[in-house]
Design a protein. Structure first.
Length: 341
């Protein structure tokens, strides 16, 4: 009798564990890496995910950070509270990145390297979807998460920006071909949207190895270069609709981003033009952001969801402050110019 009870008890535990694993495997696991400044804009992205989520499954959001305030954490938790399918958890990664000599540049901050930690922090998941902070999701993100990437390290869209730059920027092709090791003009991928195959990656590399490689030389595009260097050759390339980059204007004199993108291989450029008609993920890659320039390319997608964000007032106020500062800087620059010319 006692032995039968013990047997039934272990059967019960097995069934419970099976159900837990089944629910975990059916969940959409999303990882973000942000600092306190970016919380309002991530709030808008999260709102776009919620508004487009069609399925009844769980959507688990994990945010890697070092400095998000308690108030902002509470705000984001309150935001997703309205939808029981969503959960959010904050992971402080300070101890993992301290004492590391990591390169940063302009709008690309230390948080960009946090995605290296995914493979060690989430070893029990089969797949993890990493998203940059300057995105708008215009589809059910589970459609991307469910893509079959067996036998591949990851899924990502080809970086059409880089593909075009190879025929525009001096020395770029040599760097991508010889240093990164991408031989084709369109093999290099854009790292703002990545579906990682954790099972395959754990067999090849660890987070610590990626950090070691990152500190080994000065990479032009930092962690994105490292990921391309390590994982090239086993990439599932997503359609440009899953990472449709915006078209900046005037960052290079008399040019737009599309002037550079059209230098990419014709098939890739045509795919991008088609993606622009109905993008599934809009990526405000670069220094022009809709919260700073409300009339930039694809800004309508951002403001559609920003109007439903709990941070809408703060976003508008910060935008007005930014404009005032820009006007003052322009006046100051003109004044300095008048002194010498």
């Amino acid at each position: 009798m006692k032995n039968n009870f013990i047997f039934l008890f272990f059967i019960f535990l097995y069934i419970i564990n099976f159900i837990i694993q089944l629910k975990k495997n059916n969940s959409v696991i999303i990882v973000l890496s942000i600092n306190n400044f970016y919380v309002p804009y991530v709030s808008v992205m999260i709102e776009s995910i919620i508004q487009n989520a069609k399925q009844k499954r769980k959507y688990e959001i994990y945010i890697l950070t070092t400095n998000i305030s308690l108030k902002n954490k509470e705000n984001l938790k309150y935001q997703i509270k309205k939808d029981k399918r969503f959960s959010i958890e904050f992971i402080n990664v300070t101890n993992f990145i301290e004492n590391k000599n990591l390169n940063t540049f302009a709008h690309l901050t230390i948080e960009t390297y946090f995605r290296f930690l995914i493979f060690d922090l989430f070893p029990n998941y089969k797949k993890i979807l990493y998203l940059d902070s300057d995105l708008i999701i215009n589809a059910d993100i589970s459609e991307l998460y469910d893509i079959n990437i067996e036998g591949k390290y990851l899924a990502a869209a080809k970086d059409i920006d880089t593909a075009g730059s190879l025929n525009f920027q001096v020395g770029k092709k040599k760097y991508i071909n010889e240093i990164i090791g991408c031989k084709g003009d369109d093999e290099y991928f854009q790292a703002g949207v990545i579906l990682f195959n954790i099972f395959e990656i754990k067999k090849k590399v660890s987070s610590e190895i990626l950090f070691y490689i990152a500190q080994g030389r000065k990479w032009e595009w930092m962690d994105q270069d490292v990921l391309n260097f390590v994982f090239k050759g086993k990439i599932f390339y997503l359609n440009q609709r899953w990472n449709c980059i915006m078209n900046w204007v005037g960052l290079i004199e008399n040019k737009t981003r599309i002037d550079i993108l059209k230098l990419a291989p014709k098939s890739l450029f045509n795919e991008y033009l088609e993606a622009r008609k109905n993008p599934l993920i809009i990526h405000y890659a670069g220094s022009q952001k809709p919260w700073e320039n409300p009339f930039c390319d694809f800004s309508n997608y951002f403001w559609k969801y920003a109007n439903k964000s709990i941070y809408i007032n703060q976003i508008i106020i910060q935008n007005k402050k930014k404009k005032k500062i820009q006007k003052l800087l322009i006046k100051y620059a003109k004044f300095i110019f008048s002194l010498f010319y």
